[in-house]
Design a binder for this molecule. Structure first.
Ligand code: LLP
Length: 409
């Protein structure tokens, strides 16, 4: 566990969070490099001895320091935009071990990815396949592609982050995939290299994930008999973490099930985890501005962490200074002018104005989904590594927020 009390002060590894708040101000995201590396190692260990790749899903936390750390550990990447590819490259990642997913890739993004030598484009529709063929032809190269297949399996998660059911916009329907593979295999500038799927995020159980893999493998075998030999099977991400009191199955259970399903097939297996690598390696440090009856008004808001407002998500909140008693039960709310601007509701805490609180499990989909709503500068990000707190993104200034705007004459 990266965050523990020492002498009654919550620390990130061995660095006290009140010192981090003093140095960098609040609100502030704090990440533990050791915790990210340990989560990555869980996947690596479970996959040992098998042709495999772990492609970290950049959307979860795309800070260059996080990407650089994972690139050094040997990770590949899963991206959903040209912007994310630019980040991977700036962080020292390799385009060849990067997968490009997403339903709406623009021509410019496909062009950029192919020029940079992307490892695989995950095709999500026939129209996209045609577009990739055309761009690859203009570049006189063969585009490595996989089809993202929608297996029509319920991931049993929040509907906003469920992606593997037929009615969602994601992937090619299972029943149509074979026909599209045949078309792709005949295209001059397409190199069919794999198959992919991703049924949703925050899965607490491996069963639907494994069922999806089994459905993919039916297709892999059928394609094999038709002479279309794939090199990799990308089973997606979505492995859940504990936010409150859930008991998610660990990555090892997902990996074990997938490897058992694959059996002796020779394919390279790819996982693209995001949250399970970084989610519990980060927190959001915030200060209490005011006490109001029933409320703690803090200096972080829904623009910093939108998950509670968007999904009704639970994030644990801990006082940075440990206390044996509580002073009340509070809704923890931010300064943004929306009633949805809450970080937590009904939490017993000991708090006074000026106290520091830590909103836990903010390593994934927190900073990455933040905004400047209400002209609020984005919070800085701090990486704790080897006992040192390093500023890996500084706080934005207010002037920067309107620097791109012009008053017309
Ligand atoms: N691969 C693909 C194709 C994906 O679409 C995603 C996430 C992942 C991998 C990584 O999933 P993970 O291992 O992080 O669950 N904003 C939401 C989560 C959205 C996930 C979107 N896709 C949240 O805050 O819960």
């Amino acid at each position: 566990m990266p965050f523990n009390y020492r002498h009654s002060v919550l620390c990130a590894d061995e660095v006290a969070l009140d010192e981090i708040a003093e140095r960098f101000g609040t609100p502030c995201f704090v990440y533990s490099a050791a915790s990210i590396a340990a989560s990555y190692a869980e996947f690596e260990d479970a996959l040992k001895g098998r042709a495999a790749r772990i492609c970290y899903s950049v959307k979860a936390n795309s800070n260059l320091a996080v990407l650089a750390l994972l690139a050094k550990l040997g990770a590949g990447f899963d991206i959903v935009s040209g912007g994310e590819l630019a980040r991977v490259l700036a962080a020292g990642g390799d385009a060849r071990s990067t997968l490009f997913s997403g339903v709406g890739k623009s021509e410019a993004e496909i062009f950029f990815a192919l020029k940079k030598g992307i490892g695989c484009i995950n095709i999500e529709s026939e129209a996209e396949l045609d577009r990739v063929q055309a761009v690859a032809a203009s570049l006189r190269l063969r585009a490595p592609v996989a089809l993202r297949v929608n297996p029509d399996i319920d991931a049993n998660t929040h509907p906003y982050i469920s992606t593997g059911l037929r009615h969602t916009k994601f992937g090619v329907p299972h029943a149509e995939a074979e026909g599209l593979y045949r078309k792709a295999a005949d295209m001059p500038n397409i190199d069919v290299v794999g198959i992919g799927c991703h049924i949703g995020s925050l899965l607490l159980e491996a069963a639907p994930f494994i069922a999806a893999t089994e459905r993919l493998l039916l297709l892999v075998d059928r394609l094999d008999s038709a002479g279309i030999r794939l090199r990799h099977v990308d089973v997606g991400g979505g492995i859940g973490i504990r936010y409150k009191d859930e008991s998610p199955q660990p990555p090892e259970a997902f990996v074990r099930g997938v490897l058992a399903a694959l059996g002796r097939r020779p394919h390279t297996v790819i996982f693209d985890p995001g949250r399970s690598i970084v989610g519990n390696a980060g927190l959001l440090l915030t200060r209490v501005e005011y006490l109001k009856p029933g409320f703690l008004v803090v200096d972080a808001g829904m623009n910093d962490l939108i998950r509670p407002a968007l999904y009704g998500a639970w994030h644990e909140v801990q006082a940075v200074r440990e206390s044996a008693s509580t002073t009340g039960v509070y809704d923890i709310v931010g300064p943004v002018c929306e009633s949805a601007d809450f970080l937590a509701k009904g939490r017993p805490l000991a708090a006074r104005a000026g106290d520091l609180l830590a909103v836990m499990s903010c390593g994934a989909y927190a900073m990455a989904m933040s905004s400047n709503y209400n002209t609020r500068p984005r919070a800085p990000e701090v990486l704790v590594r080897d006992g040192h707190a390093l500023l890996v993104r500084r706080r934005e200034s207010v002037e920067e927020l309107f620097a791109l705007e012009r008053r017309p004459d």
